[in-house]
Design a protein around this ligand. Sequence first.
Ligand code: C2E
Ligand code: CA
Ligand code: CA
Ligand code: CA
Length: 275
Amino acid sequence: AKRGGGNQVAWFRSGMEQELTIRSELESGIRAAIPRGEIVPYFEPQVNLRDRKLTGFEVLARWEHPARGLVTPDQFIKIAEESGLIGELSLSLMRQAFTAARDWSGDLTLSVNISPWQLRDAWFAQKIIRLLTETGFPAQRLEIEITESALFDNLALAQSTLNSLKHQGVGIVLDDFGTGFSSLAHLRALPFDRIKIDRSFVASMNDHPDSAALVNAIARMGDSLNLPVIAEGVENEVLENRLRAIGIARAQGWVYGKPLSIAGARRMLAERRML
Ligand code: C2E
Ligand code: CA
Ligand code: CA
Ligand code: CA
């Protein structure tokens, strides 16, 4: 039995080593993919819930892998964060998205996901502002989405970064609301313009009509703090109607459209005469 155990440990080790190899291959893959332009922005439509009018898009990372096809962010964002590549990845993604969307009509916004790791960079605000200048994309049309976990390790730095971006006209969205801790304290301490209710709450409205009460409470809190609420993961019209009745301002989800490539977004805008 003892020898068996020993073998098991050895097997386990080699399993871990294998995992490390896969990881480091993935890491060098990401490192090479960024300058090659393989990590590209996809655009998920966001609408005004009252009239379904398009207000803009959430920018979502996709890896156009030459062998594996279109890879979703759950396969590479975490490793990009842990290997210090997320800042570079994000700037490359934003550069492509800003350049593409610069000439899209009117006041369509882009809402970009920002990793907690990026908020630890004291130069983050300057990098964004420089990129806006460089690409000619107006700050007023940019929103950044941050999660509460981003605020824990250095609230003072996050505050000063978000305040200087807001000063330039960039909107600040609290993402995945309801999944973190001490949300209420953060809502007061930081210059948010909008909160986004996490998909898990919206989805559970299907099975538990009671959880509509929770979404309703978030909406009323938003009302009293003057923070418009956006709901994500709206997959059907039943959910859409419930959210509209609750008074949620904006929504995104499959009922409005899945994330589109740059070409796909352009086609959609052309059909709507919004190019
Ligand atoms: P998230 O910020 O919560 O983004 C929403 C996710 O829900 C997206 O998944 C989107 O495709 C998916 N989704 C949208 N509508 C629906 C719907 O109606 N039903 C269902 N079932 N799903 C829907 P995606 O693109 O796979 O992104 C996953 C997560 O990866 C994002 O979650 C975000 O946290 C992260 N992510 C994506 N792009 C970036 C990025 O550029 N930087 C960073 N730091 N994180 C990113
Ligand atoms: Ca998001
Ligand atoms: Ca979410
Ligand atoms: Ca998220």
